[in-house]
Ligand binder design. Structure first.
Ligand SMILES: Nc1ncnc2c1ncn2[C@@H]1O[C@H](COP(=O)(O)OP(=O)(O)OP(=O)(O)O)[C@@H](O)[C@H]1O
Ligand SMILES: [Mg+2]
Length: 275
């Protein structure tokens, strides 16, 4: 890491309350494998960063560690100044997450509207936040932002993979988050929907949204990305401006871990690990 990249990584390290995300020396072990190695990672409020890297490099693991979904083997993560290990103290109502994979485990038939409204609930708190006229209006607005307002009353079980992904994006947007984590939001989504999403996110960015987006190709979101972080084999290999970043991940980082295998995409399941 050169000096300018190190400056990004350690920015405001003495004033972590002013950061949307503060991760220090984060390591994660899954099974027998150390997937993340002492990562340092700070994101000031209002910044939009892209996390790039080869398949299996640790991007989703990093995001899940930042959200406190995966336990850390060492290190610390703070979101909005609160240690994520103190889950009940984290202001989840200000934080949205769109996971990479949607799969078909939901046994209870739910309409798109119900799924999106459920985004207003938090873990163990904010009971009934998804009820009432205002909740419905917010959910319809979020569905409109992903181009699915006309499908609000359809059961998500019959949605295509791309439509289900858009419902999950709406579910994250419904609470007007200040901090939004998106794991490959453009994957499997048609061009009109990608453009729709980009303009919705651009509007939210103008209102100060902090964004962390895992991408393989910045595509429609290029103009929304201020900073690029490249993950390679569980390390931060680059942290700087998108212009300076390798346009594609460097060749030497493109091999998969021996043990890695890409889990196939499943049919839609419309729950997230934060719910
Ligand atoms: N539960 C687990 N047990 C052991 N290893 C795991 C587990 N989950 C993920 N891994 C490994 O951790 C590594 C990083 O996985 P991760 O899903 O974070 O990659 P990624 O960068 O998001 O890749 P992709 O671009 O394919 O989404 C991979 O080698 C993967 O096989
Ligand atoms: Mg991933």
């Amino acid at each position: 890491m050169d000096n300018s990249n190190r400056a990004h990584a350690t920015q405001n390290v003495h004033d972590t309350a002013s950061l949307a995300i503060h991760a220090s020396d984060v390591s994660v072990v899954l099974g027998q494998t150390r997937v993340l190695h002492e990562m340092n990672f700070n994101v000031p409020h209002g910044q939009s960063i892209a996390v790039l890297g080869a398949n299996g490099s640790g991007k989703s693991t990093l995001m899940r560690a930042l959200l406190g979904i995966l336990p850390l083997s060492s290190g610390k993560v703070e979101l909005m100044g609160v240690n994520v290990s103190h889950r009940r103290d984290v202001p989840w109502q200000r934080i949205g997450y769109v996971p990479q994979r949607v799969s078909a485990a939901s046994r209870v038939p739910s309409t798109a509207l119900e799924v999106v409204r459920s985004g207003l609930l938090g873990p163990g708190r904010y009971l009934f936040a998804d009820r009432g006229r205002r909740a419905t209006e917010a959910a319809l607005e979020a569905l409109d932002a992903v181009g699915l307002a006309d499908r609000a009353h359809d059961h998500v079980q019959v949605f295509s993979g791309g439509q289900a992904q858009r419902v999950l994006i709406a579910r994250a947007l419904v609470k007007s988050p200040e901090l939004l984590f998106l794991d490959e939001p453009l994957a499997g989504i048609d061009r009109a929907s990608r453009e729709n999403l980009a303009s919705t996110l651009a509007h939210l960015r103008e209102c100060g949204l902090t964004m962390v987006t895992i991408l393989h190709d910045m595509g429609e979101l290029t103009s929304l990305v201020e900073r690029a972080v490249v993950v390679a084999e569980g390390h931060i290999a680059f942290d700087g401006t998108p212009e300076e970043s390798p346009a594609t991940v460097p060749e030497e980082h493109l091999h998969l871990h021996e043990s890695s295998s890409r889990t196939p995409h499943h049919a839609p399941r419309l729950t997230t690990e934060l719910s």
